[in-house]
Design a protein around this ligand. Structure first.
Ligand code: UD1
Ligand code: CA
Length: 461
């Protein structure tokens, strides 16, 4: 029988060096919080019920983010160090044989293949533990791996506690370990706080195991980027950049054209079909899905929306929580707010804002309009300057316009209001009463012309 594999993710710290009110693992890179990334990597090597996240700072928020994945939690009430954090799991996990992988919640770039290799090596080795290491040109801040003459790990020394010779060691502690469960839980309680920070350093377990006569192996990873830990905002930005680069590479590999990819921001969960073109500085965020043969204009921001095939988004358009059917053209400078549904081949032009509006196939609003809480029928034309007055100061009301209607420019539609199919609204109207199908409605003062009035006035001066 395969021995069980437990994974513990330490995520209780505040992350003082971030200088933030928010716990470090809640900060985002590549469109997901750090803890979501780490949980996703862990879920590649074991069932989620075998993953325990150690919570502390802002535990409710961290829990809310990752509990849908089915992981378990342990609470570290006071943050007394990484060794102390792992001890919070001892009671729950000590009776399970097999292996325990420990990950830090601030190391989100780790590739699942590296974790699989770690577990494979430890399973095949007589060592008590295997530690992932890499060589860094600038190892400052990281713990250093001290090897003995036989090439086995003798200790890990923290940067703060290291001697000048130890500081020169290029091998860093990634903070990713795989332990034999029995030996880990037997020796973990021996960690003391005799270091400059007076913390329980998990890294001390290595020396404790070595002194007890056990071997500790190291596994060197050549791609040191995937081991980057985040302690500062600058490191967060660097890791975010790496995630963005990874994402655009994946998309380009799968057939998406991305112009000036280094300027584009695409979140990890976004899906884009082949032959879509993404122009420079576009941001495609959240759970957005984009079909094939679309064009996403420069500097557009699209969040949590679904675009069918052949949709064209012109530059500087903002779209959130909306759905757009095939062949529609939106923008430039348009804004689709939450709950908008745009039918096939519809046109939304510049400076048009929609909120919670169904805009049927072939309808057009080409310039300067606000359509809120509205239903616009098929092939209806909304003139420039049309405003739905959907809010009476207390509640929101709906505007319903049938198909093939023509709303003249600068119309004010006072909701709740129904405008029948095929009807016309004269330009400049204020419409407060229902308009039956195929009617013309005019709601404005009749024009008065006074012949010769201007000439007479000029003579008087
Ligand atoms: C740690 C390692 C260091 C390694 C580096 C890799 C220790 C003592 N040092 O240092 O050798 O090179 O990571 O990135 O382990 N945490 C808790 N409870 C605590 C303290 C921390 O859950 O009481 C969590 C944090 O939320 C964080 C992780 O443990 O996700 C690592 O803590 P951090 O303070 O960032 O450790 P480093 O100083 O980076
Ligand atoms: Ca860290």
């Amino acid at each position: 029988m395969k021995s069980p594999l437990n994974v513990v993710i330490l995520a209780a710290g505040l992350g003082t060096r971030m200088k933030s009110k928010r716990a470090k693992v809640l900060h985002r890179a590549g469109g997901l919080s750090l803890i979501e990334h780490v949980v996703a990597s862990a879920a590649q090597i074991t069932a989620s019920r075998n993953i325990t996240v150690v919570l502390g700072h802002q535990s409710d928020q961290v829990k809310a983010l990752v509990s849908p994945s089915g992981v378990r939690f342990a609470e570290q009430k006071e943050q007394k160090g990484t060794g102390h954090a792992l001890l919070t799991c001892r009671r729950a996990l000590a009776s399970t044989p097999g292996l325990v992988v420990v990950l830090y919640g601030d190391c989100p770039l780790l590739a699942p293949a590296t974790l699989q290799e770690l577990v494979r090596r430890q399973s095949a080795s007589p060592a008590a533990a295997t530690v992932i290491t890499t060589r860094l040109a600038d190892p400052s801040g990281y713990g250093r791996i001290v090897f003995d003459q036989r090439g086995e790990v003798r200790a890990i020394v923290e940067h703060k506690a290291a001697t000048p010779e130890q500081l020169a060691i290029p091998f860093i502690n990634s903070g990713i370990y795989c332990f034999r469960a029995d030996l880990l839980w037997k020796h973990l309680g021996k960690i003391r706080t005799d270091n400059p920070a007076h913390e329980y350093y998990l890294t001390d377990i290595v020396e404790i195991l070595a002194r007890a006569g056990h071997r500790v192996a190291a596994m060197e990873v050549p791609n040191s980027r995937e081991l980057l830990g985040i302690n500062t905002r600058a490191e967060l930005a660097e890791v975010d950049r790496i995630f963005r680069e990874r994402k655009v590479r994946e998309l380009m590999r799968d057939g998406v054209t991305i112009e000036k990819p280094e300027t584009v921001t695409i979140d990890a969960p976004v899906r884009i079909a082949p032959d879509t073109i993404v122009e420079p500085f576009a941001q495609i965020l959240g759970r957005t899905k984009i079909g094939e043969d679309c064009r996403i204009g420069a500097c557009s921001v699209i969040r949590d929306s679904t675009l069918a095939a052949g949709v064209e988004i012109a530059p500087f358009t903002s779209i959130a929580d909306s759905q757009i059917e095939t062949g529609a053209r939106i923008g430039p400078f348009a804004r689709l707010r939450g709950g908008s549904r745009i039918g096939a081949n519809a046109r939304i032009g510049n400076f048009v804002e929609l909120k919670n509006t169904r805009f049927a196939a072939g309808a057009k609003a080409n310039h300067l309009a606000y359509l809120g809480d509205a239903e616009i029928g098929e092939s209806t034309n909304i003139g420039a300057g049309t405003i739905t007055c959907n809010y009476d100061g207390v509640s929101k009301h709906r505007t319903r316009i049938g198909k093939d209607a023509f709303v003249g420019s600068n119309s004010t539609l006072v909701a709740p209001i129904d405008i029948g199919k095929g009807s016309y609204i004269g330009a400049g109207s204020v419409i407060t009463d229902p308009v039956p199908p195929d009617a013309l409605a005019l709601g404005r003062a009749r024009q008065v012309v006074k012949k010769g009035w201007a000439a007479k006035r000029k003579k008087k001066q």
